[in-house]
Design a protein. Structure first.
Length: 580
């Protein structure tokens, strides 16, 4: 290896297996059955050939499986059981050298750890990289103890001669110059003074040293979690936030996990409901109407939705509402009119935003909550601060009076309509533009929570799912709902946003499986066109729909039964259990 004091070149070894067991026969099959890294008292298993593979499909290596179980027993604190399994199976978790090496690392005995490392039997590249990590931690440990000269000697005489990771070597050199511990902490990405330095090193060494040599931490737990995650992702109807899946049976959900029953009918508006949106934390629901009002509804812990306050002031129908990132404020936009800025807690209108000679068509918050974007009737997009001062304006991009708009979480990408059949994605910094082009008139669109997908409602009774990462690509078409005249909105929802919901002009709510496009629910109940839907982001079992029949329906599971309650609050009646 060269250059590191006290470290000799790697000793002769058989890759993956210890040579401490004495001479072996020429039988290669028997050699393969000897304990990997042969621990003390290791002995060959009695089984050979195909019997070394276990499980119903014969794809699990017996030796690896037993060693992982031993590792899990030790990790869970069952040391006697782990030792008993080692003795009975003849398979040991680690060789004596690896066990001693781990002990030296955890005890912070850096020099002893280096001396033992060379005896494990690693190739030169891995050995070099592992030695660098150990010496790096030795260096940082010395600095933490204010032994600056010793740390400097380690850097010069042990780390530098390795000629490994020059960038990190430079960072460590800068640490010598820093006089304060706070400066040291800011220059290296490691924890200090918490006693976690050795265990953090061990985690990093696991990434270098082959798993057959040093069994990874929590490997069995990782494998079980992967299996459970695969079952959950493969479950067609999975729609639960409960991560505690059973190990005893395969996981499978039914349709009963989807909201399909009217739990409440909310009556508060005097005209058609045009827009609905749950708050980011799912604790509130805002609705807007052709009657010019906005209502904020409060979602209680038991799932009941009650009126919180009614916001009045718009002179025209309210076409859109938008929650601030912290849900403390609400923007509402009157059609070709003004935007109003509301305090959610008090219901007070804090400010009215307007543009001389122009009307507003849409509103959406910036990710930091300090600005908002609005679409104007001249086809431009305006960025304003909360005092109403225009900060920037983009003209010539929007050629239609569209309502919908979205802004990426980085605040740099604006998504808006561009003509009747196209959607523009504009990067405001690079000025780079991407287009989604459809063959039919676009009515509305919505952006997924992870910002990778766009849901586009078309006039031809189709909803299209587009991937907007890199080059836009049409993925799935959703059909079945009725749509010919009005603005109908759809939304992502459910666990992992794995479902698509939409309103329809035939008074029903439709739910599709997002990946397959299969229609799985048709929910009757409204007596007029369903214009908008919103899926609670915090509760995959709660869906809201707004209709021309002046009502909002709260949909939930069939198994949920809210206690019957007819409450009169400021003149608005809330009916539960589907009562009309």
């Amino acid at each position: 290896m060269g250059g590191v004091d006290g470290i000799e070149p790697p000793s002769k070894r058989v890759k993956g297996y210890s040579v401490e067991l004495g001479s072996l026969s020429n039988n290669s099959s028997l050699q393969a059955l000897i304990l990997p890294l042969g621990g003390p008292m290791a002995r060959p298993l009695l089984t050979q050939g195909k019997e070394d593979m276990i499980g119903s499909k014969g794809v699990i290596k017996r030796v690896e499986f037993i060693r992982i179980i031993i590792k899990t027993l030790y990790s869970l604190g069952y040391e006697k059981s782990g030792k008993a399994l080692e003795d009975e199976s003849g398979l040991y978790l680690h060789s004596s050298h690896v066990s001693l090496f781990r002990k030296h690392v955890l005890d912070g005995n850096w020099d002893e750890g280096l001396a033992t490392l060379q005896k494990i039997g690693l190739d030169d590249h891995i050995l070099n990289s592992a030695a660098f990590l150990i010496l790096e931690h030795k260096f940082l440990d010395l600095l933490e103890k204010d032994r600056v000269m010793d740390a400097l000697n380690t850097l010069r005489r042990e780390i530098a001669p390795l000629n490994t990771n020059k960038k990190r070597l430079h960072e460590l050199s800068c640490c010598i110059i820093l006089s304060s511990q706070q400066g040291l902490r800011g220059s290296v990405s490691l924890s200090f003074g918490t006693g976690k330095l050795p265990s953090k090193l061990l985690d990093e060494l696991h990434k270098l040293i082959p798993p057959a040599v040093m069994v990874p931490e929590r490997r069995l737990e990782t494998l079980v979690e992967q299996a459970l995650s695969f079952q959950r992702e493969s479950c067609f109807f999975h729609n639960s936030l409960d991560n505690a899946l059973s190990l005893f049976t395969d996981h499978q959900c039914g349709k009963d996990q989807l909201p399909s029953k009217t739990l409440q009918i909310l009556q508060g508006h005097d005209d058609e409901i045009w827009f609905l949106q749950f708050s980011n934390d799912g604790k509130y629901l805002a609705s807007s109407s052709n009657d010019g009002s906005v209502i904020i509804w409060e979602v209680h812990e038991d799932g009941e939705v009650l009126l919180k306050c009614t916001l009045k002031g718009h002179q025209k129908p309210v076409v859109m509402v938008a929650w601030s990132p912290d849900d403390r404020y609400l923007l509402s936009c009157g059609i070709e009119e003004v935007a109003r800025f509301w305090d959610v807690n008090s219901g007070e209108c804090l400010r009215v935003f307007e543009k001389n000679g122009l009307g507003l068509l849409s509103c959406v918050w910036s990710p930091d909550g300090k600005y908002f974007f609005s679409g104007l009737t001249d086809g431009s997009i305006s960025l304003c601060d909360l005092e109403g001062n225009e900060v920037e304006n983009w003209k010539g991009h929007r050629t239609t009076k569209s309502l919908d708009m979205a802004v990426a979480k980085n605040g740099k990408q604006i998504i808006s309509m561009c003509g009747e059949t196209a959607i523009l994605m504009l990067d405001t910094e690079s000025k780079f533009e991407k287009l989604i082009e459809e063959d039919q008139t676009i009515i509305s669109f919505s952006l997924s929570r992870d910002e990778k997908f766009l849901l586009v409602n078309l006039l031809n009774e189709e909803i299209h799912l587009w991937s907007i990462v890199d080059v836009p690509k049409l993925l799935t078409r959703y059909k079945g709902h009725k749509h010919s005249r009005f603005v109908i909105r759809s939304c992502f929802g459910g666990f992992g946003q794995g479902f698509i919901a939409s309103g329809s002009e035939n008074s029903q709510v439709y739910i599709w499986h997002r990946k397959t496009g299969e229609l799985i629910q048709e929910l009757p109940g409204h007596s007029g066109a369903v214009n908008c839907v919103s899926w609670n982001p915090a509760n995959p079992h709660m869906l809201a729909s707004g209709s021309d029949d002046h009502t909002i329906r709260i949909w939930g599971l069939n198994s949920v039964n809210l206690k019957r309650k007819d409450s009169l609050s400021n003149g608005f009646i809330i009916h539960c259990n589907g009562t009309k």
